[in-house]
Write a protein that binds this ligand. Sequence first.
Ligand code: FEO
Length: 409
Amino acid sequence: MKRKITSNVHWVGKIDWELTQFHGNEYSTHKGSSYNSYLIEEEKVVLIDTVWAPFAEEFVENLSKEIDLSSIDYIIANHAEIDHSGALPELMKHIPDVPIYCSANGKKSLKGIHHQDWNFRTVKTGDTLDIGNGKQLVFIEAPMLHWPDSMFTYLTQDNVLFSNDAFGQHYASEFLFNDLVDQEELHSESIKYYANILTPFSPLVTRKINEVLALKVPVDMIATSHGVIWRDNPTQIVEKYLEWADAYQENRISIVYDTMWGGTRRIAEAISQGIKEADPEVDVRLFNSARRDKNDVITEIFRSKALILGSPTINKGILTSIAALLEEMKGLRFRGKKAAAFGPYGWSGEAASLLTKALEDSGFEVVSEGLKTLWEPDEKILEEAKTYGHEFAKKTKKRNLISSSINSI
Ligand code: FEO
């Protein structure tokens, strides 16, 4: 139902408490999500984004209880992806001629998704739309944050930045605002969202944020399209994005492995022990990729300064959970992280070199030759693994500095 954001801006979206997977099965949503749509009622009535398709009828029905749909003057589609444009077909049945403001790429994407020739009005960065009472909407294209069509819309006087996916979280909450929710949950869902969705676009994130900051416009609220609205110190999430976009890392090492009979796990544990002995301060964490949530593991890797991957050799290859993780990391392209690999084997023994090559191809700096160990680990092999961890800790003790483009705000 309609919920007040500012005097004339209301949230009219959908909180999805049931959602456990997003983007098909690509993103786990342990805390659900929301599809935030906003209604601005000035002299002109404006709807910003809609909700995911399964909730289209419910959305339009609820909206029609709040306002006469024919009073909507403009629709803003900040992003064409179906979780935000999914209710447009249902809505446009009622108001087929209302103009839809979007970027040029937004028009292409909306037409490609919905196959409708709606009344599109394409806008560029700096274009404005008067909505009466002295207020304007200002459009800011944000290509690849995270689709080519992505766009922000800024409401003057109320100083609300409708940022769509950027600064969002898959986080269902009835509280609506950032200051009212559990701060640890909010941080954890925000960083997971960045790690899994925005990492490949980090240089663009930095550039776009600096471009927006250079406009020197006041921002009292950042109204995202998922999760809570940032109203208490809204720039805190902007500062976090600048930090996360700058080859983010903490003093952590992740050891991610899969194992068939426990041998790979025992080697992982021995490596971990070696790391801990050499550097008691580093936070070393072990994850069995077959048993842990993939997106949580990706988030852990994002937060780490270094990664060690392990898999036994099977059919001259590696275990499938590790292969899936590598496919994900190839696309995410983490920056400034060191890595190494290990692979127990019985006869052919390709795993360690395959993992090493895959890590290099994904942009990691491989600092140690892959550790190959024959058959089940005995005391000698476990000692060797411990020494390997010891050496790895020494090689990763200092942060891998890469060129930084971060600007303070
Ligand atoms: Fe929330 Fe890119 O859709």
